[in-house]
Design a protein around this ligand. Structure first.
Ligand code: NAD
Length: 260
């Protein structure tokens, strides 16, 4: 379906981003990987995508907290592949504390990486998408883009911001063949969430499994994690022709979290 198209997935060296890059490659898209991590491991993933799916894959080390590096990454994608057709804004970090204890530098970093980076990437990618009259922008938001949790002031503010940004971009690009949607996952077992489970287990003296169940059942009616591959499959669907008129939506994939 996406053969001949190019997808850039930010934060795709791990978790949801990596699974989404793999799902888009399996559908035929060339891939620009991005994110931090071990150089050899990233090269193995990049070469693996080419071998497994017969697509072309490149890697950009751009730091999503740096606007100029984001613009350069978008320009490099267009130059090296000829176009940027599917943009998945996924890179994200987390920090947990009450607002009065929340370090200012953590607030700034979360707003920069989880929110402003999407403004910068979309700003850079939109002219090419409009010119080619085809584009898919998918912002990985969160259940926290729709509802709050204590101790996550920066994350919740950034994710609510992403849902708003998604709607504006959708409205602006509505008649240019470009759609923009947000995906709002509940709990997905990735390194970002594993850290929260480990912190819980340590604080409460519980086993990791008990801490996992406690974390899930506090928020989700469904006591199981969403798989990263399930987010990838939704991104592939939103990139398909069947989804051509879906725009400005915030898709929950959250085990019933925000249904309550
Ligand atoms: P993860 O920690 O496994 O992956 C995060 C990715 O972002 C990594 O590739 C990392 O290198 C990259 N990254 C971090 N800072 C970066 C920077 N400054 N520049 C470039 N890349 C950077 O996390 P994940 O759970 O896969 O999260 C991915 C996205 O999904 C995030 O936006 C997160 O908020 C969102 N999300 C996750 C969950 C969950 O339960 N895991 C739920 C809802 C939403």
């Amino acid at each position: 379906m996406l053969k001949g198209k190019t997808a850039l997935v930010t934060g795709s060296t791990s978790g949801i981003g990596l699974a989404t890059a793999r799902a888009l490659a399996a559908d035929g898209a060339n891939i620009m990987l991005n994110g931090f991590g071990d150089k050899d491991a990233i090269e193995k993933e990049r070469a693996g995508l080419e071998k497994e799916f017969g697509v072309k894959a490149l890697y950009s080390p751009a730091d999503m907290s740096k606007p100029n590096e984001i613009a350069e990454m978008v320009a490099a994608t267009e130059k090296q592949f000829g176009s940027l057709d599917v943009l998945v804004n996924n890179a994200g970090i987390q920090f947990v504390a009450n607002i009065e204890d929340f370090p200012v530098d953590k607030w700034d970093a979360i707003i920069a990486i989880n929110l402003s980076s999407s403004f910068h990437s979309i700003r850079a990618a939109m002219p090419g998408m409009k010119k080619r009259k085809w584009g898919r922008i998918i912002n990985i938001a969160s259940a926290h883009g729709l509802v709050a949790s204590a101790q996550k002031v920066a994350y919740v503010a950034a994710k609510h911001g992403i849902v708003g940004l998604t709607k504006v971009v959708a409205v602006e690009a509505a008649n240019n063949g470009v759609t923009c949607n947000a995906i709002c996952p509940g709990w997905v077992l990735t390194p970002l969430v594993q850290k929260q489970i480990d912190a819980r287990a340590q604080a409460s003296g519980q086993s990791t499994r008990k801490a996992e169940i406690a974390l899930l059942s506090e928020k989700q009616p469904m006591h199981q994690f969403t798989k990263p591959e399930n987010i990838g499959a939704l991104a592939v669907f939103l990139s398909s022709d069947a989804a051509a008129s879906i725009t400005g939506s915030a898709y929950s994939i959250d085990g019933g979290w925000v249904a309550q």
